[in-house]
Design a protein around this ligand. Sequence first.
Ligand code: PMP
Length: 413
Amino acid sequence: DMNSYKKSLSLFKRAAKVIPCGIYGHFSPAHLIISTAYPFYTARAKGAHFWDVDGNEFIDYMCAYGPMVLGYCHEKVEAAARAEYARGSCVTGASPLMVELAEYMTELVSGMKWAFFAKNGGDATNYAAMIARAATGRKKIVLINGGYHGVQPWMQSPAHAGVMKEDHSNYIRIGWNDFDAFKRVVSEHPGEIAGFMATPYHHPVFHDSELPADGYWKQVESLCRKEGIVLIIDDVRCGFRVDMAGSHNYFGFQPDLVCFCKAIANGHPISALMGTDAMKKTVAEVFQTGSYWFSSAPMAAALACLKELKRINAPGKMRATGEKLTSGLADAASSHGYHMAVSGMPSMPYVRITDDESQTLHQEWCAECTLMGAYFAAHHNWFISCAHTDKDIKKTLDIADKAFKIIKKRAGR
Ligand code: PMP
């Protein structure tokens, strides 16, 4: 039976009166292209599943857009957070857990000798840009076209409301995998480039993901070293879904600063900036803090989450699950005469039906899958978790097959 979203819609109507645009940001229905196919409000979640306020159940392939990695309400992580909340989490004075977490993460992540904790991914990326400037005494940061780092004015499109052209005056955007463009920018701005910030691989919205070309990161790294440019990796989305030692370890290079968030604590609010010894003195001089940044319960959750991810070799497990899902979907597509392009890492696949340039077919197929209980966004990479089981994948492939039949019939093929 197809889902109905009566309660979601009525809550959304109430929300529109008291919350600007009802639901903002990445959860906004405005981003769900066929929004009538998606629930807006969630009642509860467990493992790889969630239930909406109308009682519909979904196998979740968005994982809260990344934070869920071990499964919702994971007992080890929740027990660690609960115990810390019972002891007092947001208190005057830092927690010893903060030291323990920094020690654990510096052991875990390749080449990173210190950790600094905040709340959101954008806290870490914004701080990284400040540190690059403080360390070099230079102004400009090089970024990648289509790269997302958060919601500070400099991270948003200059076309967005509230963003001024001046907010972008010290940022230069170049194409992904285009080392020559980086070289050109460096020679056109001698002694002005403070930092180069990019994700470990390119995962923009509405487009296929692109892995680094052979040698790309080594070339970027050596030019940064030669020119004294701070190399910043935004591992907010990929971190711990690709490699427990950081995605730079997987792709074989050494950044100066690395930003983590999403998968760090299975949904508990914490992000981290990590860096090399050479950066440590500068970091100590750049002021940054927040009301909740010392809360210890999310730190306890992060320790429990990272230890569990490591224990079960989470990146390997999610990779295998993602490969099973995407190869099954590609087979289902071809059995119905369609082609499905799969890109990015299998733990964060970007999937797209290529038979229709406008992407309408792909959007309709994602909508039909969601209406039958496999939650797929059409414009964004999906996320695999350690909680997705073979049974979930099998059920998802059945749903996918039915959805192909529906869109095929509708298109009169
Ligand atoms: N960088 C990347 C690569 C991201 O995916 C995100 C969040 N989608 C951010 C930064 C910003 O993180 P936050 O929304 O937690 O500030």
